[in-house]
Each structure stands twice: as structure tokens, then as C-alpha cells.
Design a protein around this ligand. Structure first.
Ligand code: RAM
Length: 907
């Protein structure tokens, strides 16, 4: 009999079981979530690893970690700084160091051995990390720069304009070097060289921060670059966010400045320290005559300083470096990776316009810049590149949505002939590039699109039988990485590019499936705290380059939600612990200034960017479409109290819980009294947003959930013809909400719509990223970016959790225990997803075709999953290695699986 419970479970990995001794491997060794990190600022680094074996159901039972000051000591077991001994524990992520005090600057070596239910591993390979400088005491260097606007046209007003600073210091290294480490912070951005070689591939370093509170420095091992005798340390300084792009007080901190300390250890134990001080030389008369993140970079090759970054160079024309004030903020070793070029694109087309300009099409809305591989230049004749996301109907660049950003890179050749070039201190958000100043048609291969974002691993792949969903995923992938630059930004192209909090409240959870964004987000939460006012207000743009203390809830909610995301997705509780007091202060502040009779009355942005009544509008003016601010704020505040109860338990603040609960129940009561109509089961003016937030955030009175849900469905189907009607807030819960309450088909049709408003409509109109507005093709250009991620809402979470079934078990974190319960919307026949969790790669691929159901699952070592499938699929009791438990329930089957690869089917 083919069907009735004739499941075959192939435990692919299990065939080998029992034949011979199992080899259990331990690898993917990380310290503070990085492989061999340099310059850690924490005294208790945390260790993580992954285990794997060819047999299923691999579980860790104990571990042993050893740490020593040298590889030899570690291998011999001598002079260990920490030997954890055998610790009975199944935890393999973020285990804190508990050994002797670690010294600043030092390199430490570590290894781990794991005891599992399948035997013991050998010692892992040896990995290492190094420590940062001791806080202030470690710094002998002084902040230096050029303390004047000394070139023609330079200004700190309006569109600021300033040439890059070039700094150099010759030094002598007496002997051969055992170890050389560069500690460096250049504000706003720097590029460092030793003997002409870049010290790293990082670009636009260091990471951004709220400089009055914090200034980050980087640590690089440069041993291989320092040689015996004559050496040269050189640094190029750009404006970054320090000498800001516009003369707003909160984005203009001062002229660029450098702090650098190169510490050299020789073979005989003698050390040398080269520091930034008055002995350095500086000039601003080099080729980068202007650099401004909004406006672009101008490079005049006639001013090139040939060989300036190498020892043999005559710098007598340069001036002595000026001493600069130290930025106010505390100097801290940067915890998150810098930005890198992580992909290169070749343009797909080039078109000549009537006026002789050329338009390059990169085929993709991307973020970064154009590297000119080779062009034929004419002496003194600038080649100009301007960047835009879209074209006008006549084929020219569409610049209207860039507002005041000039986005123009200019290269002026010093002589006739070939040149190559790329900028150092700017980036653009663009698909199209206009090139002027060439009198011949260049080739596509003359250009490379350099794609930049914070260095991080791509963790997720996602593909289905539906092409619209696949393209949306691709657009999201490009949009997300295009907006990671030391902070998650709203957009990469116009004169804004800020860390707008509301854009990420639930988005950050979805993003975490696709990218390992843990270090970016934990650093950003520090920016949020650094930007908090003494009264406890949170700036909805953090770091607060625009200081906006609204004392409302919906945007600042990202502070709480992103902390939860770090816990849920990575098992990292550090941010919650660190920020709990500031979060609490914020909630108290709102209670004091924005709450009346248990309703949070204050709201600034509404359900931002909902589809308006007319295609030209940015914001709806129609009261029937708009959700009341108090509905948005009160529901969201209520959800924050829920989160705080969890956080309080985690951080040992249980005493706070009763207060949160009491406040929450008063809010719920007041909110329902004010906004809920029990007869119709509608909230306020019955927008989908009002109803879905009330439902999903837990405010609906018991027994009314189904009715409220039915209203959401009715309204969506009847009034909006099965289309989305929400803005940034409603969309955060829509897809999961519809699915959880039993209407995955409606969620699926919203996800696959190609008509307005929908993500598919954007694609229909040629989008290769996600737009800021549902009506991005017709609305006023004043606020109309083609690369915003906020309208993704909970879509990616829904892709992974509901379509692929990759989801934490309730109460579980970091995917150590999964609840895999995919939903099968009508019309979708295939989903293939993978996600590299901190335990290893999870895979889920199901196919439903002509009555056949096939599901391939991979669960990484030291994790497990509960599988739930509905009765209709006729999937029966599996057996074999790795199958821990099978239960038939009224509705279907529940299977508990240990790690391994499995195939479930009804064949
Ligand atoms: C826009 C930003 C951002 C949004 C705010 C309220 O200017 O681009 O996406 O969060 O406004």
C-alpha cells in the first residue's frame, strides 16, 4: 500500500552507523563570534564551536577548553591560563572565559575537546585571538591632523567640502620584527599603509559611532609589513561622518583626525612604539581634493603624491602635523567588523546619450562605487561619474529622489593616456552611472561595480517554485546588505543614510536568516544607548547624527526587539544585560511624558508609508486608512512590557516583573475600553494595522481573537482585493499573523501579487531592491528611495519560519531546538531553504507534486527538531537512528529528530 502510513525514512547519514568507530569533529571555532579576532576589548571572551559526525543524533555531553599564551604551551598543556576541566554541559556557544586575568595586547591560543553521545573528539585545531590596549592608559599616541580649511573652496558650511589629509611618519626598525600591531582610529575614515601596502582590506574604517560618547579604534597585526631598517607608516584621512556632509551641528564634529600607535616587538624582547604626534608630516594638497559621503569624491591626478606612502619620498613641502583635540567619546576597541568590498559586478549595458554622455547599467541596484579599470583620459579633462537608481523616460539619470546629494565622482587626468581609479571615502546607491568627459565609447570591462557592506557571512539561501517570491528574496538580499554600514541605515543614496530605528523593528529578525548580523546589531544597540538623552529619551535616528527625541514608541521599539533578536537568533544575551537599565529608563520616560490614563498618546510617524488613496501621494490623508497614533503606540508599548518581563528574568531583575505585568494589564484594559468595539470585534476605525497589531501583540480580549482575525481577512479581501493595506507597522505582523490564524493562502497571495500594492508590483516595475513606498513608481520624489528595507516587515521571517519551517521551538533560542512545521499554501509546490545557524547549517527542502510529498531536512550537530506535519500528507511513523520520538496526534504526526539528514515522504 503506497499511502496509508507507508513512510520511508531514509536516514541518509545513518548508513554508516555501527560499522566502525564514529569520528566526531569539532570545528568552526569562534571567539566573540569571530574567527581569530584581533583586539578584543572584553575581559571574558566567549567561545563557540560546532560539532558534527557521520552518524545522526549527535549531542554534546561535556566540553573542555584550554587557553594558553603560546601555541607550544597549549599543545604541551603547560602554563595554561585556563583549563576548564571537563564541564558537563550541552552548550557549545558563547561559553565565557573563566581563567586567569588576560593582559592587554597579548595573543592567546585556545582549543576545545568535546565529549558526545558518540564518543569524544580529539583536541580541536588551535585558534587564537588578541586583546586590545588597556583603556586610556595604553595610549601614548596623540590626535593629529591638519587644523585648517586651507584649500580653495573648502568649507564647513552647507555642502561641506574638504580635501583628504595625507599623513606620514618614517621610522626605523632596528632588528627583525617578532610582532607588530597597529592600533588606529582615523575620524571620520582612514586608510592606513605600511611601506606602501594597505594594512587591511577594510574600507571606510572605523565603524561609525556617536563620537561624543564613543570612538572606535581598529587593531591590525602588521608583522609581515614592517621590515628591518627604513619603514613608513602612512595614513589617508577622509571625512566620513566626523566632518559631516552638511553643517548640521550633530553631524559636524570637526576636521578629520588620526590616532595611531604601532607597537613593535623584536626578537630579543625589546619593544618600540611609533605614535601619532607632532613629529608626523601632513598635507591636504594631495589628489583627493574633496570627499563627501553625499556629494562624492573628486580626484585630481595632477596632485598625486607619487610614493608618499613609502619610505623614499621627499616630504619637505609637507607641514608638521597639527595637534588636534581628542574626540569627546571614550576610545573603545571596535567590536564589529568593518566594511569590505564583498562582491564585484560588471555592467550589463552601456548606452550613449545624444549629448555624448554614456549611461552604464549595472543590472542591479547596488551600493558601493565604480572602479575604473581602464579608461583613456586626456590631460586636464575631467571624467565625471554621477549615480542614480533609476532612469528618466528619455534615458537620462533620474536624480530627483536624491534630494541634495550630488553623488558625483570626478577624476582629472594628469596626462593623456590610460588610467585606473576608484574612490576611497565615498559610496553611492545606484544601478545607473552617467559618465561624461569621454570622447569614445568605453567597454563594459572598463568598469567594475564594487559592492560594499559590513564584513559578514551570508547565512541563508531561499528558493521556491514561485518566481515572484524568489525575486523578492533576491531584492531583499541586495537591499539588506546595501544598508549595512556600521549601522543599519534607511537608505544608501539620498542625503539621509541614517540609522532610522523604525525600519528594523522586526526586519532585523528576518535579516538574521540571510546574514550573520549579530555583531552589527549588538554594536548598533550601543549606538542607541550612546544616543540616549539624560532624561531617557531615545533618538529614533541612532547614532544621533539627527537627534530626534520623539518620546514615542514605534521607532524606539527596535532597541528592545533587536536585543531580543540577538538572543533568539544567536543565543547572545549580552545586549539585553548591558542595556536593560536603559531600556527600563526609556519605558519609565514614556510612562511619564507620553501616557495618559494608560494609553500611550504620543506617536510621530503613524503607520508610515501605507498605500495612500492616490498614487501620487507619499502619505495618506484619508482618515479611514490611517491608524490612530495611540493605537500604534499603545499596542507596541504593551509588547515592550512583554519583552521586558523576559529580559527581567534573564538578567536577574525578577523584582521588576510584577510592575510590568500590572502596567500591561492596565494598558490592555484601557486600550480595549477605548478602541475595541466588542459587537463588531473591530479596533478603532478598523484598519488592518489596528486589528493585526492588537491581535498579534496580545491585546485582544480572550474569546474575540477569531472574530478580529476574520475582520482582518474580510477587510483585506473585500476592501483591498487581497492586497496589503498596511505601512511599516502593520506589515511587521501581517504575514505571520495571517498564517498563524489559519489563512496562509491569503498570506501567500499577498506575497505573490504582481499588482499594486505589493512587493511583486515593485518587481513588475523593474525593482531589483525593495522600495520605500508601495507606490514608489508614481509618488513624489521627495521621499521615494528605491532601496529601503522597512516594507519587508515580517516577510523574510515568514519565508523561513512558515514556508521552510526553520523556526526556534517556543522558548528555545539560537535554533538549538527547532520546531519545523512548514505551511503549504495552495499553489506553492517547492521550497528549498538553508540557514547557517550558530550550531551549523539547517536545511529544509520540500516538494509537493502529483500527490507525492518529499521533505529533506538537515539538522546540525548538538541541535534537534520537533517536526509537525498535517494528517493530509499521510506521513507515517518513521523509525531508525536519530528518530527520537514519534507521536500521532489528532491532526497529524509529531516527530522528534536529533541531528542528521533525513528524508520524509509519503511514497
Ligand atoms: C524617512 C526615513 C526612514 C523612516 C523615517 C521616519 O526619512 O527614510 O525610513 O524611518 O523617515
Amino acid at each position: 500500500m503506497k499511502h496509508i502510513y507507508s513512510l520511508i525514512v531514509l536516514i541518509l547519514a545513518g548508513f554508516m552507523a555501527g560499522c566502525q568507530g564514529t569520528v566526531v569533529k569539532v570545528d568552526s571555532l569562534k571567539v566573540e563570534m569571530q574567527e581569530n579576532p584581533q583586539g578584543l576589548g572584553t575581559s571574558t571572551p566567549r567561545f563557540s564551536w560546532q560539532i558534527s559526525s557521520a552518524q545522526p543524533d549527535l549531542q554534546q555531553e561535556a566540553y573542555q577548553i584550554q587557553v594558553a599564551g603560546s601555541e607550544q604551551d597549549l599543545e604541551k598543556g603547560n602554563n595554561l591560563l585556563w583549563d576548564s576541566g571537563i564541564v558537563s554541559d550541552d552548550e557549545s556557544i558563547l561559553i565565557p572565559y573563566k581563567g586567569d586575568a588576560l593582559s592587554p595586547r597579548e595573543v592567546y591560543y585556545w582549543r576545545v575537546k568535546v565529549i558526545t553521545n558518540q564518543g569524544e573528539t580529539a583536541w580541536s585545531k588551535v585558534n587564537h585571538w588578541s586583546m586590545a590596549l588597556p583603556d586610556i592608559a595604553g595610549w601614548k599616541a596623540k590626535w593629529i591632523g591638519e587644523d585648517a580649511l586651507s584649500n580653495p573652496g573648502e568649507t564647513d558650511k552647507a555642502h561641506t567640502r574638504l580635501a583628504a589629509r595625507y599623513l606620514r611618519k618614517a621610522f626605523d626598525s632596528k632588528q627583525s620584527v617578532r610582532r607588530a600591531v597597529l592600533y588606529i582610529s582615523g575620524q571620520g575614515a582612514y586608510e592606513a599603509y605600511i611601506n606602501g601596502e594597505r594594512v587591511s582590506d577594510d574600507v571606510l574604517a572605523p565603524t561609525v559611532s556617536w563620537y561624543p560618547e564613543k570612538v572606535y579604534y581598529n587593531v591590525y597585526d602588521v608583522t609581515s609589513l614592517v621590515r628591518k631598517n627604513d619603514n613608513l607608516l602612512a595614513v589617508k584621512l577622509g571625512n566620513g561622518r566626523y566632518f559631516g556632509m552638511r553643517d548640521n551641528w550633530s553631524i559636524m564634529f570637526g576636521l578629520p583626525r588620526l590616532l595611531a600607535q604601532l607597537e613593535i616587538e623584536y626578537g630579543d624582547g625589546v619593544t618600540d612604539v611609533i605614535v601619532s604626534d607632532e613629529s608626523w608630516k601632513v598635507t591636504s594638497k594631495g589628489p583627493i581634493i574633496a570627499n563627501n559621503e553625499f556629494d562624492g569624491e573628486e580626484y585630481d591626478a595632477r596632485l598625486e603624491l607619487d610614493g608618499w606612502s613609502k619610505a623614499q619620498y621627499d616630504d619637505t613641502a609637507w607641514q608638521q602635523a597639527d595637534m588636534m583635540d581628542a574626540p569627546e567619546g571614550t576610545l573603545v576597541a571596535q567590536p564589529n567588523p568593518n566594511i569590505r568590498v564583498q562582491e564585484e559586478l560588471t555592467p550589463v549595458a552601456i548606452t550613449k546619450l545624444d549629448d555624448g554622455k554614456f549611461i552604464l547599467d549595472m543590472g542591479q541596484n547596488m551600493v558601493g562605487w565604480i572602479k575604473i579599470n581602464r579608461l583613456k583620459g586626456k590631460k586636464d579633462q575631467p571624467v565625471t561619474m554621477r549615480f542614480a537608481e533609476l532612469l528618466n523616460p528619455d534615458g537620462t539619470l533620474y536624480m530627483a529622489n536624491l534630494r541634495s546629494a550630488k553623488v558625483t565622482d570626478i577624476y582629472t587626468p594628469a596626462k593623456d593616456g590610460d588610467f585606473s581609479w576608484e574612490p576611497s571615502f565615498v559610496f553611492h546607491g545606484f544601478r545607473f552611472v552617467e559618465i561624461s568627459g569621454l570622447d569614445y565609447q568605453p567597454a563594459l570591462s572598463d568598469f567594475t561595480g564594487r559592492v560594499i557592506y559590513d564584513l559578514m557571512e551570508t547565512t541563508g539561501q531561499f528558493e521556491t517554485s514561485d518566481e515572484t517570491i524568489n525575486q523578492i528574496f533576491k531584492n531583499a538580499y541586495w537591499g539588506i546588505r546595501g544598508n549595512y554600514r556600521g549601522m543599519p541605515t534607511d537608505c544608501p543614496q539620498r542625503d539621509e543614510r541614517q540609522g532610522w530605528m523604525g525600519d528594523r523593528v522586526t526586519g532585523c529578525f528576518g535579516e538574521a536568516f540571510v546574514f550573520n548580523n549579530a555583531l552589527l546589531y549588538s554594536k548598533w544597540l550601543q549606538d542607541v544607548e550612546d544616543s540616549q538623552s539624560p532624561e531617557g529619551s531615545i533618538s529614533v535616528v541612532s547614532p544621533r547624527y539627527w537627534t530626534i527625541y520623539n518620546d514615542d514608541v514605534t521607532w524606539p521599539a527596535a532597541y528592545f526587539y533587536a536585543a531580543k533578536m540577538l538572543w533568539q537568533n544567536y543565543g547572545d544575551t549580552e545586549s539585553i544585560k548591558r542595556h536593560y537599565p536603559s531600556m527600563k529608563r526609556y519605558l519609565e520616560r514614556i510612562q511619564q511624558v507620553s501616557m495618559q490614563d494608560y494609553i500611550v498618546t504620543k506617536d510621530t510617524y503613524g503607520d508610515w508609508c501605507m498605500p495612500p488613496e492616490s498614487q501620487e501621494l507619499i502619505h495618506s490623508q484619508d482618515p479611514a486608512r490611517k491608524t490612530a497614533g495611540a493605537v500604534l503606540s499603545s499596542t507596541m508599548y504593551y509588547s515592550l512590557l512583554d519583552l521586558m518581563c523576559e529580559f527581567a528574568t534573564l538578567t536577574g531583575n525578577e523584582k521588576d516583573i510584577a510592575g510590568y505585568k500590572e502596567l500591561a494589564s492596565k494598558i490592555k484594559e484601557a486600550y480595549n475600553a477605548r478602541f475595541f468595539n466588542a459587537d463588531s470585534a473591530l479596533y478603532d476605525n478598523n484598519t488592518v494595522t489596528a486589528n493585526i497589531l492588537s491581535l498579534q501583540l496580545g491585546l485582544v480580549p480572550e474569546g474575540y481573537e477569531q472574530k478580529v482575525f476574520d475582520n482582518i481577512v474580510h477587510k483585506t479581501e473585500v476592501d483591498f482585493n487581497g492586497h496589503v493595506s498596511t505601512g511599516v507597522l502593520g506589515i511587521q505582523h501581517l504575514m505571520r499573523g495571517l498564517t498563524e490564524h489559519g489563512n496562509v493562502d491569503l498570506a501567500y497571495s499577498i506575497a505573490t501579487n504582481r499588482t499594486y500594492p505589493s512587493w511583486g508590483y515593485m518587481i513588475e516595475k523593474g525593482a531589483t531592491t525593495i522600495w520605500e513606498l508601495w507606490n514608489g513608481d508614481t509618488a513624489d520624489p521627495a521621499m521615494n528611495s528605491a532601496n529601503h528595507v522597512m516594507l519587508l516587515g515580517d516577510l523574510l521571517i515568514w519565508f523561513y519560519e512558515d514556508l521552510a519551517g526553520i523556526k526556534n521551538h517556543p522558548g528555545g533560542t539560537a535554533y538549538k531546538k527547532l520546531l519545523m512545521e512548514p505551511k503549504f499554501p495552495e499553489g506553492l509546490s517547492h521550497v528549498k531553504a538553508s540557514y547557517k545557524s550558530v550550531y551549523g547549517e539547517i536545511k529544509s527542502e520540500w516538494k509537493k507534486e502529483n500527490g507525492t510529498f518529499l521533505w529533506d531536512i538537515t539538522i546540525p550537530g548538538n541541535s534537534s527538531a520537533i517536526i509537525r506535519l498535517p494528517k493530509e500528507l499521510n506521513v507515517s511513523k518513521p523509525a531508525g537512528n536519530g528518530v527520537r520520538n514519534v507521536t500521532e496526534t489528532g491532526n497529524g504526526i509529531e516527530i522528534e529528530l536529533g541531528s542528521g539528514s533525513y528524508q520524509l515522504s509519503n511514497r
